[in-house]
Ligand binder design. Structure first.
Ligand code: FAD
Length: 410
């Protein structure tokens, strides 16, 4: 019986189990995760702080997922060393687990530059795990002044989650705009206005130069007093396990279209990897949930002898703040359509006759059509693009296209 080993129990790991079980009902699957919790939706941790969900409802696939799929799961255990020649992984428990097929679903870790004086800050947190959310829940009170460093989606989700728990929430970022990795200078100000109208204080184009206890000295010369600090500057893929075993890594673990790494018998999936971005025509980090899920499944199928490919990867993000929905995807090349109002925006980008990216803020209807056009690299001359730009309807597509490319959606 084949022995499968998965390291990491988040969305990529769970999807990998599903991929394996889609082909092999009998093989032995062991999953090791350093977190104490069963599979949970990482994007839900801010909703937990808002009181909109609880730990039980945050589970991806239900608490009995591992039992149903006959997975031997080890919580709060870390994989410390990979021995590819011996085909085994050494764990923090001292155990050595053998495998025939191994998948690394290791995710990423928070990035933290060395801020001068950060060690003098008493209450400092990251915001990437349920443990972080539980710790913030314990610490933040109605009078706490919270300072979030980083106005990307993780920092802003944290700020949203804490707004009603805290006395005040300030978010700073060296970038001139909020969510600068996802929004451009046309769309970001609409979000910023909305965040401020909902009680957040934004300090953009400015960041912390040094900390002195509960005071942040900003680059601009201003000072910000705070009680709780959250550092949300970004994340970095967890690559060291594979790199130390001699596997190929760049910013992320390098994988082929079947999610295989450079080492035989070892696959990788999710935020720890770097793979082809079809909208950019180059490899890069595609660290978002839908990609992690598709990659995990693809790896699982292939570990069980299948021939699945992950060749439609793009950067994409679907998120909301205080009721304002945002969807963005792909690469922002030449803007070919812009619609701006006080409360929303829509921008489409194209290059060489194909759609490469979009930003939708406010009305996100039919984002799936644009996503499909990007993934499929559909030549715009083959559809009524003038109609697609403005009218979010499927009518500009021929019946064949609707059936084949859009899953028959009408
Ligand atoms: C606050 C927040 C909001 C987000 N919102 C969105 C969103 O709206 N849309 C979106 O698409 N994405 C969002 N994301 C990103 C999304 O959560 C990630 O893309 C996704 O979780 C990646 O899944 P993964 O399985 O690759 O890795 P992860 O979810 O990072 O999980 C990796 C797991 O591996 C474990 N692990 C790592 N190393 C080891 C080891 N050596 N031994 C054992 N276990 C190990 C880790 O503990 C972790 O449990 C958000 C993320 C955060 C933090």
């Amino acid at each position: 019986m084949k022995k499968y080993l998965i390291i990491g129990g988040s969305i990529a790991g769970v999807s990998c189990v599903e991929g394996i079980r889609s082909r092999d009902k009998e093989g032995e699957i062991t999953l090791v995760t350093s977190e104490p919790f069963s599979n949970y939706g990482r994007p839900l941790i801010s909703y937990y702080l808002e009181g909109k969900t609880d730990v039980k409802r945050m589970s991806w696939r239900g608490e009995d997922f591992y039992e149903r799929n006959r997975v031997d799961v080890r919580h709060a255990v870390t994989a410390e060393k990979l021995e590819p020649e011996a085909k085994r992984v050494l764990l923090s428990t001292g155990e050595a687990l053998p495998y025939d097929a191994l998948c690394l679903c290791l995710g990423s870790h928070p990035f933290s530059p060395r801020f001068e004086g950060v060690e003098t800050v008493e209450n400092r947190f990251f915001f990437t795990t349920l443990s972080d959310a539980l710790a913030l829940e314990k610490t933040v009170t109605k009078t706490s002044r919270v300072l979030v460093v980083g106005a990307g989606f993780i920092g802003l989700k944290c700020a949203e989650g804490l707004r009603d728990r805290a006395g005040s929430v300030t978010v700073c970022d060296l970038a001139e705009h909020a969510m600068s990795a996802n929004l451009d200078a046309d769309c970001a100000p609409i979000l910023e206005k909305h965040l401020e109208a909902n009680g957040l204080r934004l300090m953009l184009g400015d960041t912390v130069e040094r900390f002195e206890g509960q005071t942040a000295h900003m680059k601009s010369g201003q000072t910000v007093g705070f009680d709780v600090l959250v550092i949300a500057i970004g994340t970095r893929p967890n690559v060291s396990l594979l790199a130390e075993a001699g596997g190929g890594v760049n910013k992320g673990i390098l994988v082929g279209e079947g999610m295989e790494t450079s080492l035989p018998g070892i696959w990788a999936a999710g935020d720890c990897t770097e793979s082809m971005d079809v909208s950019a025509g180059a490899t890069g980090l595609l660290a978002v949930l839908p990609n992690a899920s598709l990659q995990g499944f693809c790896a699982g199928v292939n570990m069980a002898g299948g021939s699945e490919r992950f060749d439609k990867g793009i950067k994409m993000n679907s998120i909301g703040f205080f009721g304002l929905h945002i969807m963005s995807a792909g690469t922002y090349t030449e803007p070919v359509y812009t619609e701006l109002t006080d409360t929303g925006c829509k921008k489409l980008f194209a290059k060489d006759g194909v759609l490469t990216g979009f930003i939708l803020l406010g009305d996100t209807a039919r984002a799936g059509i644009y996503t499909s056009l990007i993934r499929e690299r559909t030549p715009l001359e083959t559809i009524d693009f003038e109609a697609v730009k403005k009218e979010p309807s499927l009518l500009p597509f021929g019946q064949d296209y609707r059936a084949k490319k859009l899953g028959g959606a009408v």
